[in-house]
Design a protein around this ligand. Structure first.
Ligand SMILES: *Cc1c(COP(=O)(O)O)cnc(C)c1O
Length: 364
């Protein structure tokens, strides 16, 4: 039984009858840039997230970069974030000329350790960028209170958590700006690249639209250095179909995680849902001292698995000159022991049993 990390083929088979005619209609309509489906998707995504504004762009990376630019991040500024994430969370800070300051993570939630953030705040700190890693919301209420106390901005990296809830609000809707990605592996995904920024702030929304469209308020008049960052019409069509299925797909991910939790209890450290919000299991990530052995047995059994992330950001070569002496023991330990198992709304119960069997075999 060959089991992929994420079964996009099964998902395509399920949604094909909805997606294909909608895509063909958009092809024939020939409004490929700034078309009606992009505007409709932005409105539907804003309604889903419960915010006033949703602005689509070309990728999750662009969403982070444009959000940081919109709040005025520039050379000399510091931005506090997590070292245990995909590189774009921090590379976009550097693209603005600013410095990412990495704070260690909580060993159970894998998210920023809230107790260590305040000590990292300096007079140069302008923003905190938490990541809701693997789909689990960071505790946003205390984080927002901390930001307000110090007069700094909160930008949520919700690339892995679209559809998660915290305190009655959707992931991304709590901070000044929430950013998400529609990369094909994400919980809400396109058939290519795409991203989205959400906010309740009218002024930030206007600034974001200017930055995403060549820094232009009036066509052919350029006020600031901007970007060409757009979601294309075809991706918008696909995302409009898939947004309708997001809640049921996330519910299935949660059910799969519950079965894994039951079957793997006592064998490995199962992921800890901290109960402060709805975890949507972008990844199902276990910890084990025998991680490499589990990985080998799964791979030999044609079961996909992956280490997210093998190298924490403070240890990446690109940060060697600026962060070479940083030590973050919890992150470094988790990076050595973590393993993500297949999770997909399409995963069947018999496949879950097969995966669990292979993990058991690796440990006996
Ligand atoms: C995927 C991801 C991004 C980047 O999104 P792209 O659409 O691939 O540019 C940023 N942050 C996190 C946490 C991600 O998982």
């Amino acid at each position: 039984m060959n089991i992929p990390m994420l079964d996009l083929k099964a998902e395509y088979a399920l949604l094909r009858e909805e997606i294909e005619p909608a895509v063909v209609a958009a092809l024939a309509a020939c409004q490929y840039i700034n078309g009606p489906n992009v505007r409709a998707f932005e409105a539907e995504a804003a309604a889903y997230a419960g915010v006033k504004h949703a602005i689509a762009c070309a990728s999750g990376t662009d969403a982070l970069l444009i959000a940081l630019r919109a709040i005025g991040i520039k050379a000399g500024d510091e931005v506090i974030t997590t070292p245990f994430t995909f590189v774009a969370t921090a590379s976009t800070v550097v693209m603005c000329g600013a410095k990412p300051v990495f704070v260690d993570i909580d060993p159970r939630s894998f998210n920023l350790d809230l107790d260590q953030i305040e000590a990292a705040i300096t007079p140069r700190t302008r923003a905190i960028v938490p990541v809701h890693l693997f789909g689990q919301p960071v505790q946003l209420a205390p984080l927002k209170a901390l930001c307000e106390k110090h007069g700094i901005r909160l930008i949520e990296d919700a690339a892995q958590s679209f559809g998660a809830d915290y305190g009655g609000r959707k992931s991304g809707a709590y901070g000044d700006i929430g950013c998400t990605s529609f990369y094909p592996s994400k919980n809400l995904s396109a058939f290519g690249d795409g991203g989205l920024m959400i906010t309740d702030d009218d002024q930030l929304a206007a600034e974001i639209r200017v930055l995403a469209s060549h820094g232009s308020r009036v066509r052919y008049h350029h006020h600031v250095l901007g970007y060409n960052s757009r979601l294309d019409e075809i991706q918008a069509v696909i995302l409009r179909v898939k947004l309708k299925h997001l809640d049921s797909f996330n519910a299935r991910r949660i059910a799969i995680a519950d079965s894994y939790n039951k079957e793997l209890a006592g064998l490995v450290e199962t992921p800890f849902a901290d109960g402060h919000g709805r975890h949507v299991y972008h990844q199902y990530t276990i910890l084990s001292d025998r991680r490499d052995m589990i990985q080998k047995v799964l791979t030999d059994s044609a079961i996909a698995c992956a280490v997210y992330y093998p190298v924490p950001l403070h240890q990446q070569e690109m940060f060697a000159a600026t962060h070479g002496d940083v030590r973050l023991p919890v992150t470094e330990d988790v990076a050595r022991r973590c393993l993500s198992l297949p999770i997909s709304p399409m995963l069947k119960n018999e496949q879950i049993r097969h995966i669990v069997g292979a993990v058991r075999q690796a440990l006996t």
